[in-house]
Design a protein around this ligand. Structure first.
Ligand SMILES: Cc1cc2nc3c(=O)[nH]c(=O)nc-3n(C[C@H](O)[C@H](O)[C@H](O)COP(=O)(O)OP(=O)(O)OC[C@H]3O[C@@H](n4cnc5c(N)ncnc54)[C@H](O)[C@@H]3O)c2cc1C
Length: 381
């Protein structure tokens, strides 16, 4: 088959990897090259298992890292607690590591079969059905690409979701906004060492980690009005204003804010159906769980692999493969999406009282038995 994949992010590259041996695959990606921005993600669960099946786990693991854990910091720079990663790694049977989002993309690129026609700087602006067995996408340059299957991997704000599931094109904001970027600061990287810093603050939270010996990553998140769905415009001055004073090391990170960085609402997506005719959704375009569920990238890889598996098993019966993808994969995607919604209210404490409750909860995690239970639930979510 001729297959056009819209979006060369995590899901797009994963599905291209899996389909390339059997099909003519073209990937259209709007950015001029691999995207550098992004944050540190925990890689475990369904995505880990899928990456093993795909044969890319060693590549990804070699780009990842296992931190000792998290340390919580107060605005005066003192430490208010720690959580160790060891119980989490143990509960996952060792199938757990942290990795920068751009490293996942680069790892998948390194393993991409050379037969994949990957085109950067191509923005898809429209999708339409041509016949029950063909669909087409049009690009901003005025080109039209017809194919036997169009796979939309264009992220949580995918306009193709509206085409597949009318009435479900909008994102579902969770009441938070998150920005992240990487910067060079070997001194700060060495001070941070093997623990991620998370600020123990209300309304706004900062995370900071050593991405490697020279680079530091920061993520800054705040509570926002959940009725607003417009994509925010990244503004370094605003970040410096809004997040000043959370912690001295966050203040240092703010001085490195670049002009362009990832900045978006924390949002989920939902579609009651994932395919229509020869157009199918994958990754965040189909089922973004949001960063609250902590598994968006893992799910994007696992969902892409499930789609490829469904198609492979169905051979020429594409509709059967698309139905099998949805039957086998939707329950997991829904479960993670629900867990993201459940954790929404507690993601950033709104009041000092909520903050105190979280601090007490963290102390309980240190108790024998509780730590095991909590980490098991985290891995199962
Ligand atoms: C640069 C970047 C940084 C990110 N950082 C964070 C973060 O800090 N926190 C967080 O929670 N999530 C972040 N995300 C989202 C996170 O990567 C996804 O939730 C997850 O990895 C699922 O992957 P995906 O492939 O489905 O979607 P994405 O990783 O979002 O990939 C979608 C891809 O489609 C491309 N695309 C979109 N529209 C078009 C179009 N019309 N034509 C062609 N290509 C198109 C995009 O450029 C992108 O490469 C980031 C995404 C990107 C692209």
């Amino acid at each position: 088959m001729d297959i056009t994949i819209v979006g060369g992010g995590i899901a797009g590259l994963a599905v291209a990897h899996e389909l390339a041996p059997d099909h003519d695959v073209t990937v259209l990606e709007s950015s001029p090259g691999p995207r550098g921005g992004g944050y540190m993600i925990d890689f475990f669960g369904p995505g880990f298992v899928a990456a093993e099946r795909m044969g890319v786990i060693d590549e990804l693991r070699s780009r990842g890292h296992v931190f000792d854990g998290v340390r919580y910091g107060l605005p005066d720079g003192s430490q208010s607690g720690t959580i160790d990663a060891a119980p989490l790694v143990e509960a996952a049977g060792g199938r757990y590591f942290s990795i920068l989002r751009p490293e996942v993309e680069l790892g998948l690129l390194a393993q991409l079969p050379s037969t994949v026609d990957l085109r950067y700087d191509v923005r898809v602006v429209g999708t339409r059905d041509i016949s029950p067995e063909r669909a087409a996408v049009s690009t901003a340059d005025g080109d039209v690409l017809e194919s036997d299957l169009v796979i939309a991997c264009d992220g949580v704000r995918s306009p193709i979701r509206e085409h597949v599931a009318p009435g479900h094109g909008e994102i579902l904001p969770m009441g938070y906004r998150a920005a992240s970027y990487l910067f060079e600061d070997p001194q700060l990287a060495s001070e941070l060492g093997e623990r991620l810093l998370m600020t123990d603050t209300i309304q706004r939270v900062g995370w900071l980690y050593a991405a490697d010996a020279a680079r530091v990553g920061v993520m800054l998140s705040e509570r926002v009005d959940r009725t607003d769905t417009d994509r925010p415009v990244p503004d370094p001055m605003r970040l410096q204003r809004e997040f000043a004073g959370l912690h001295p090391q966050i203040d240092q990170a703010l001085t490195h804010a670049p002009d362009s960085f990832y900045d978006d609402l924390v949002a989920q997506s939902y579609a009651p159906r994932w395919s229509r005719g020869r157009v199918v959704l994958a990754g965040d375009a189909a089922h973004a769980p949001s960063l609250l569920a902590g598994q968006g990238t893992s799910l994007a890889i696992a969902g892409a692999e499930a789609l490829a598996r469904g198609l492979r098993a169905a051979g020429p019966h594409v509709e059967v493969g698309l139905a099998e993808y949805e039957r086998s994969w939707r329950p997991t995607a829904e479960k993670v999406r629900r867990s993201g919604r459940l954790s929404a209210s507690a993601f950033i404490p709104a009041t000092t009282f909520q903050l105190r409750l979280q601090q007490l909860g963290r102390r309980a995690i240190g108790l024998p038995g509780v730590s095991h239970l909590v980490t098991r639930q985290f891995i199962a979510a």
